[in-house]
Ligand binder design. Structure first.
Ligand code: NAD
Length: 312
């Protein structure tokens, strides 16, 4: 379906909401970015402008396209915006009761045929949906940060999500020029975080065993596995390597891998000391003296180069 001119209300003008407003407006939706107050909206507008500037500087948009995108976005803290929504995509703070009270109001105000989606990373779609009027029209749209550069969107079925809602969400994500994957069940962590945290658990285990340094584990992913994973999934990789080989290795190796259930001592210990990563200028690495902004810049430059190569 052609969604040009349909009204998408993006609720929450933070890191994800501002970037997704750009994604929706770039594809042709009329976008309303909604937040609690003018200060948050101003911050969101600044984030959106910075992301747009990056796309312009990288030649991923022309100045005319950028202007047209900005013309399709308005900003409000007035809940009346929900009344004219074709779709509401919620990107507010990751807290169950905050999301439930948001949805209780928003779903009651939205037209009965409106589609409703949450970008929660870790909460249950079914539990958020308990607060919703018409939960059959509600599903997860889980994006990866920054969504204006990363194509993936996990479309997640809640207990009460109707099949037509799932089909519409997949169609919308495709219209946005992005790549939908479908979760038929609302499993904790969806696909992305289950894979990401399985890798992190094993990375921590390797470092804690003294077998390799943090830097060498990171380099193994950046210069080895990650290059392959930008092109192939784990099943593609196994097929190409030979399933008999992967069967033999997994039989020998699975019992050696970390099966830790609780908080990890290394990770938890850093958090207890106030080492929270880039945002506190110390984590697994040191980010003092401007190394924090350099790390963010380097990440963005590399993701942009990769996105241009693989997806533009
Ligand atoms: N940051 C990420 O990497 C990432 C990735 C995928 C999904 N998510 C999910 O996206 C959601 C938003 O994350 P974020 O990182 O953008 O958060 P953020 O803290 O940057 O932004 C949240 C915004 O929501 C606003 N807000 C809070 N309550 C509100 C309400 N009732 N109505 C309207 N606005 C409200 C806040 O004012 C703030 O501007 C979370 O559910 C998070 O789990 C985040």
């Amino acid at each position: 379906m052609d969604y040009t001119g349909k009204r998408a209300v993006l609720a929450g003008a933070g890191v994800m909401g501002a970037s997704l407003a750009l994604v929706y407006a770039k594809a042709g939706f009329s976008v309303t970015l909604y937040d609690l107050c003018e200060d948050e909206l101003a911050r969101g507008r600044g984030r959106l402008a910075a992301s747009l500037q990056t796309l312009l500087a990288e030649g991923m948009l022309s100045p005319d396209e950028a202007e047209a995108i900005l013309g399709r976005i308005d900003y409000t803290s007035d809940k009346a915006c929900f009344q004219s929504a074709f779709l509401i995509l919620e990107n507010i703070t990751e807290n169950l009761s905050a999301k439930q009270s948001f949805w209780k109001e928003a779903s009651a105000l939205a037209p009965s045929g409106a589609l409703l989606a949450t970008d929660t990373s870790g909460l249950s779609i079914g539990e958020i949906g308990e607060a919703i009027t018409g939960p059959e029209r509600f599903a997860g749209q889980h994006w990866l940060n920054p969504p204006h550069l990363i194509p993936l969107c996990e479309v997640v079925k809640g207990e009460k999500t109707a099949p037509e809602t799932m089909a519409a969400m997949v169609d919308i994500v495709t219209f946005l020029g992005k790549k939908p994957v479908v979760l038929e069940r609302d499993i904790p962590g969806f696909i992305t975080n289950r894979l990401q945290f399985a890798l992190l658990r094993e990375a921590l285990h390797i470092v804690e065993s003294g077998a390799a340094s943090v830097e060498d584990v990171d380099n193994t992913v950046k210069y080895g596995l990650g290059v392959r994973y930008a092109c192939l999934g784990p099943f593609d990789t196994a097929d190409l390597a030979g399933l008999d080989n992967f069967d033999k290795v997994s039989t020998r190796l699975f019992g050696q891998l970390s099966a830790a259930k609780g908080p990890d001592p290394l990770l938890h210990g850093l958090v207890e000391q106030g080492s929270l990563g880039v945002k506190s200028r110390k984590g697994f690495y040191d980010y003092s003296d401007g190394k924090d902004s350099a790390a963010i810049r380097r990440r963005d430059e590399r993701i942009i180069r990769l996105a241009k190569c693989l997806f533009s």
